[in-house]
Design a protein around this ligand. Structure first.
Ligand SMILES: *Cc1c(COP(=O)(O)O)cnc(C)c1O
Length: 455
């Protein structure tokens, strides 16, 4: 096959069914083909250089082009390309990764169940929760409460836990036993309440739901510490402490979906460290391998693990590639780099505060109603009239316009409706942050101009 964009685009549109893509639009416009990457940049097949402020899909935490990870995969594939962890067997890279995860995750999480993705991790979460309450002799405690705007993955179980409308309508979801409550999205839903009061109110929606269903029916609450794909929704400080009080009081397990927040995104190892969440189960993926190879997992608390292990019967769940040797070797190399090079500390003390102060200045732009973020994650609310928090009538158009201007000007920023979001590689330096901000300002200007908004 000839290496040229037109051929590739043509074959792609004929033979490739894309995930989360408007295939009609794709066929007429042709896809953008990314061919190589280094550090915080990617290049397309026309050799256009783009600053990747999304770290791929929130995952390339250590940046592109780290040879250590390629070497780790190569070495492992020669030595032992595959063996499984079923039926009382194991292999060194899965064992070493389990131990390293025990060290870097919160203290009460000492075991990991390996999967290949965040979605499989969340399906595993459902299985673990059901198993736990069955073994506790409370099989009716099986409803899981999640939130609006949640994203937990794309398998049937994970999509049911999530709250994406199209996924539910197209998939006849959610499966039974899953309920959703409102999310702590202060800028959109907070009205006249202070963020603190709104955070408490949003948390108490969980208690109301538990009481309405009966605490003896509610198994668990699942939430991302900061919601990612829903639009980088950051809970007010009052939210998580109240959630924990409620879960404790009603004996409801807490699941912190750390697929985005984990491995340094917020300038802490985990979102649970940042918000001091004591999760019973903690799904991980994305930054676990910085996306170099697919791998996910569920960190399991002693409380849940002990019951499942001490009970004689086997836990009837697993994937052929649970703890794949090469993926584990790559994840090990990735975590070692995060740790040895103090990348997360640097985000916390140095580049994170720098990015956040520059990012917040964007709130002065006439199109931006709010600029928020923590560490290396951020969002901008594009609004019609920022003086009274008036959103655009046809939601999503402004976001698309801005996103397209960003691409044209060499910056990958994503739009969720009219919320622009970033989640850059954690190795982005101050000069590159300046570049990100200056392209963002230019594109906000262009978008405002298109929309006829002037300061
Ligand atoms: C991406 C994501 C998932 C799903 O992970 P996949 O690897 O795409 O299956 C689950 N939870 C959260 C919070 C995510 O952002």
């Amino acid at each position: 096959m000839e290496n040229n964009t037109a051929n590739w685009q043509s074959f792609d549109s004929q033979h490739h069914l894309h995930p989360f893509t408007d295939t009609n639009a794709l066929a007429s416009e042709g896809c953008r083909i990314i061919t190589r990457a280094d550090g915080v940049y990617v290049w397309d097949s026309e050799d256009k250089k783009l600053l990747d402020a999304m770290a791929g899909l929130w995952c390339v935490n250590i940046g592109y082009g780290r040879k250590e990870l390629a070497d780790a995969a190569y070495k492992q594939l020669l030595e032992l390309p595959y063996y499984n962890n079923f039926f009382k067997t194991s292999h060194p890279s899965a064992i070493e990764l389990s131990k390293l995860l025990q060290e870097v995750t919160p203290v009460h999480l000492n075991r990991v169940f390996f999967t290949n993705s965040g979605s499989e991790a969340n399906d595993t979460v459902i299985r673990l929760i059901n198993r736990y309450w069955d073994l506790q002799g409370q099989p009716e405690k099986m409803t899981i409460i999640s939130r609006s705007d949640a994203y937990h993955g794309s398998t049937i179980g994970a999509a049911s836990l999530g709250a994406m409308k199209d996924m539910h309508t197209q998939g006849h979801l959610p499966i039974p036993g899953i309920e959703h409550i409102a999310t702590p999205y202060w800028y959109r839903d907070g009205g006249d309440l202070s963020p603190e009061d709104f955070g408490l109110q949003a948390a108490r929606a969980l208690e109301e739901k538990i009481l309405a269903l009966g605490a003896d029916k509610v198994a668990a609450f699942i939430a991302e510490p900061i919601q990612g794909a829903g639009g980088v929704i950051i809970p007010p400080d009052t939210y998580w402490p109240e959630i924990q009080r409620i879960c404790k009081e009603h004996d409801v397990l807490i699941v912190a979906d750390e697929v985005i927040c984990g491995f340094g995104r917020l300038g802490s190892w985990f979102g649970s460290d940042h918000f001091q969440i004591e999760a019973d189960l903690m799904p991980i993926a994305k930054g676990l391998s910085s996306g170099y190879l697919p791998i996910g997992g569920v960190m399991v608390s002693d409380r849940v693990a002990e019951l499942i292990i001490t009970e004689g019967e086997e836990f009837a769940h697993g994937f052929t590639y649970s703890g794949h040797p090469a993926s584990c070797a790559v994840a090990l190399a990735n975590i070692n780099i995060l740790r040895d090079e103090k990348i997360i500390e640097n985000v916390k003390d140095n580049t994170g505060p720098y990015l956040q102060s520059k990012w917040r200045e964007l709130a002065e732009h006439p199109l931006v109603g709010e600029a928020r973020g923590v560490g290396f994650i951020g969002a901008l609310e594009l609004v019609k009239d920022k003086s009274n928090r008036e959103f655009f009538e046809s939601a999503g158009d402004a976001g698309q316009l801005c996103r397209d201007h960003c691409f044209d000007n060499g910056l990958i920023m994503r739009a969720v409706g009219d919320t622009m979001i970033i989640s850059p590689p954690l190795i982005m330096n101050k000069e590159q942050i300046d570049e990100l901000i200056s392209i963002a300002i230019k594109c906000l200007d262009l978008t405002a101009h298109d929309l006829g908004i002037v300061s």
